[in-house]
Design a binder for this molecule. Structure first.
Ligand code: MN
Length: 269
């Protein structure tokens, strides 16, 4: 009778875990204390920029892709496309998906805990009914919100994927454009270029997740910046060898007969 089985079959079917750093979700993690479940929002630059909104529920992460991202303005109704359940381990995932499904860069944009509001404690029933009111306690997103299904046939077994994410009026609502105001990773403070620079910025030499258009231009900028960050890091390492010691003077100490070895590059990780 359940609308969805909360299994990871679809998640796993879409991915080749030899080729993606994303978690396979083999181990189920225990939920955090206090009876509260966790949530996260992952900013994901793939074929298009979007924000993946994920709520922990019965051992998985219920997931919606929000193209414009969450808004603190109560008049904004943000389209949220329901996607496949994700494993709980995914909640911390930040990195580069080099190829395949979702290829691009993932950033943990917000995280915290969530609770269904009064009358919505039966989350499965709420999902089936197409309306879930809940409270978020994150760093960027707080207070009362609703996810409401749109356009779908209610009470059928056909899950309609189109929902709206709306902020309720409370102390945490406001006019600030939160995605522009707080664009960085809540986990590491990094932007997309920093995350990409940690890996291999040449990863999309031949097949970039998006060519041309706004997303293609965004990718070009980020890749250029990541290459620059990498070069600067390498230059910094060469100027200051491991150990942070000052370069020894060229003057030879009397009695030392060391043959000069090629300078080794330290790979700080
Ligand atoms: Mn995504």
């Amino acid at each position: 009778m359940a609308l969805r089985s909360h299994s990871l079959a679809e998640y796993r079917k879409k991915r080749d875990f030899d080729r993606t750093p994303e978690p396979a979700g083999s181990a189920r993690r225990r939920r955090g204390g206090g009876g509260k479940s966790r949530f996260c929002v992952q900013k994901h630059l793939a074929s298009h920029l979007h924000y993946d909104f994920r709520l922990e529920h019965r051992g998985v992460l219920l997931s919606w892709a929000v193209p414009k991202g969450p808004s603190l303005r109560t008049r904004d109704k943000r389209l949220a496309m329901m996607t496949e359940d994700h494993p709980l381990d995914y909640i911390d995932f930040e990195g580069v998906i080099p190829e395949g499904y979702g290829a691009g860069i993932v950033m943990v944009w917000d995280e915290g805990t969530w609770q269904p509001e009064d009358g919505f404690e039966d989350v499965d029933a709420a999902l089936k009914g197409g309306e879930l009111k809940f409270t978020l306690d994150g760093y960027k997103l707080k207070g009362s919100w609703v996810l409401v299904r749109t356009g779908g046939r209610r009470g059928t077994d056909t899950p309609e994927r189109s929902w709206l994410l709306i902020k309720h009026r409370d102390d945490w609502a406001g006019e600030v454009d939160i995605t522009a105001f707080a664009p960085l990773s809540i986990k590491t403070g990094r932007d997309f270029a920093d995350i990409l620079a940690q890996g291999d910025p040449d990863v999309w030499e031949s097949h970039r997740p998006a060519q041309g258009g706004q997303t293609g231009r965004l990718f070009e900028q980020i890749i250029r910046k990541a290459v620059r960050i990498r070069q600067e890091n390498q230059a910094g390492r060469q100027r200051q060898p491991a150990g942070g010691r000052k370069k020894k003077t060229a003057k030879k100490k009397p009695g030392t007969t060391r043959t000069k070895a090629p300078r080794r590059r330290t790979t700080a990780r």
